[in-house]
Ligand binder design. Structure first.
Ligand code: BTN
Length: 242
């Protein structure tokens, strides 16, 4: 089924993901979409918040019933593809960096080393649904972001009128990336891997990123051997992250 219908749009809402979760529990079909101009309680992965100035970012959450394996990786690849299309077709003169967009495992989308988009997938395996929430800084001015984000956040540097076309592109791209076998998804992810060969750290260790394995885990070479991370957050070691 085509993603994006039915759609409900809010001028301002707490979180589109929270709303989409309520809707799917109430019976919303596959493809149902929640969008907003502004979120007062936008949520990110690992319990973080997600912040975007009103009217300048794509903020949306789509219901996926019978979600495929590796959905959060599929979504990241689809967002990266959408970003490439958007900066290729728009003026994008204000974008910080050029494509191709890279992916910082598992699904942060980077342009010029800055995060331009984030993905939050939430679901209930027992009920066979997921909600894919995406924030893309389509027309964000970095100066309008909270100070702690100004060094790390990026923007596509497009006009606000590009938000709807970027949404349409994202829905098409996610639709395409629902189907392929896991190996195709992993190949696309590896081709955009922002971490490979870089020194990284996470809450339990550090090492050099060594690619993505066949289950979508991040491989890291540490002083005591190779480990595979299947969840959590990794950070580029600052002295090497320029
Ligand atoms: C992350 O990088 O930590 C994920 C960020 C996801 C943000 C989007 S914005 C639309 C949707 N609603 C939310 O509350 N979060 C996601």
């Amino acid at each position: 089924m085509t993603l994006g219908s039915p759609r409900v749009h809010f001028r301002r809402i707490g979180s589109t993901n929270t709303r989409a979760r309520q809707l799917v529990i109430a019976g919303a079909p596959d493809g149902a979409l929640v969008t907003a101009n502004e979120q007062s309680a936008g949520r990110g992965r690992q319990g973080r918040s997600w912040s975007a100035p009103a009217g300048s970012a794509l903020l949306c959450s789509v219901v996926v019933r019978s979600p495929p394996a590796l959905l959060s990786l599929r979504a990241g690849v689809a967002v990266a593809e959408t970003v490439d299309q958007a900066i290729g077709s728009g003026s994008g003169d204000q974008a910080i960096g050029t494509g191709p967009a890279l992916i910082k495992w598992p699904n942060d989308v980077l342009l010029g080393g800055r995060k331009v988009a984030g993905v939050l997938v939430e679901g209930r395996v027992s009920e066979d649904w997921a909600v894919v929430g995406v924030g893309i800084n389509v027309a964000v001015s970095i100066d309008d972001l909270p100070p702690p984000l100004r060094d790390s956040a990026g923007t596509l540097g497009l006009d606000r009128t590009a938000i709807e076309p970027v949404l349409a592109g994202w829905l098409c791209s996610l639709e395409r990336w629902r189907e392929p076998p896991d190996e195709h998804v992993l190949a696309a992810l590896r081709a955009r891997d922002a971490l490979r060969g870089r020194e990284i750290a996470w809450d339990a260790g550090s090492g050099v990123a060594a690619g993505i394995d066949g289950e979508g885990r991040l491989l890291v070479d540490t002083g005591s051997g190779r480990v595979a991370l299947d969840a959590g957050e990794v950070h580029l070691r600052r002295h090497l992250s320029a």
